[in-house]
Design a protein around this ligand. Structure first.
Ligand code: VGL
Ligand code: ZN
Length: 215
């Protein structure tokens, strides 16, 4: 049983949004094209309350890109983004949504950030995604979306930690690259952790070979 996790394909993360990932819009055609290969498609949604602790504007004298402590953890501060109920937080209009079985929201606790679709950054609370996949007999997880060096990376690393055979669809991801090389380092870190790095054009072959839940 294989699953595609679409990470944070939201208005605020593409050019024109509040926290634009360079060329973030380019992943949507990939997301739309590959969905039909999967048994199950789920999505994550960054979903912050106003005044969230990851926003630079929530900290006196801080600006985006600065680092502070949040929930006892080092936290990069961001522009205000993906505020609950705003247009910026909505999934992209051009994203095909009919096959998305469920959307898992994260980042709702103002006192801690949550890059991964599975847990907050302190691994204190689960979103329910891990149990949801387990209950459905999922063995193989494929991750694509935004941003490679934050939410995609942490989602893939948690998937590995939970015991799923985990794949990164590399051409279906774009990163922030706050420091040049962050994306490359993120991919390397995932690879070292056991994430298989694949391209979307390999999926028909890979899913054909791994399909049917036989391995
Ligand atoms: C993300 C920074 C802040 C992401 C979310 O989706 O990668 N990055 N919130
Ligand atoms: Zn966020």
């Amino acid at each position: 049983m294989n699953t595609l996790i679409l990470v944070d394909l939201q208005n605020d993360f593409v050019p024109g949004g509040a926290l634009p990932v360079p060329r973030g819009d380019e992943v949507v055609p990939v997301a739309n094209r590959v969905q039909s290969f999967f048994d199950l498609v789920v999505a994550t949604q960054d979903w912050h309350p106003p005044g969230h602790g990851s926003f630079a504007a929530s900290h006196h004298g801080k600006k985006p890109g600065d680092v502070t402590l949040l929930g006892g953890l080092e936290q990069v501060l961001w522009p205000v983004h993906c505020v609950q109920g705003t247009r910026g937080a909505e999934l992209l209009e051009v994203l095909e949504k009919r096959r998305i079985a469920r959307v898992f929201r994260k980042g709702t606790d103002p006192a801690i950030d949550s890059y991964s679709g599975f847990f907050d950054n302190g691994h204190r609370r689960a979103t329910g995604l891990g149990d949801y996949l387990r209950e459905r007999g999922v063995t193989d997880v494929f991750v694509l979306g935004l941003a490679t060096d934050y939410c995609v990376k942490l989602t893939a690393l948690d998937a590995i930690g939970l015991g799923f055979r985990t794949h990164l669809v590399e051409d279906g991801c774009r990163g922030v690259d706050l420091r040049p090389g962050d994306v490359e380092r993120a991919v390397e870190e995932m690879r070292r952790a056991g994430v298989r790095i694949v391209r979307s054009d390999e999926l028909p072959h890979l899913l054909g070979a791994a399909g049917g839940g036989s391995r």
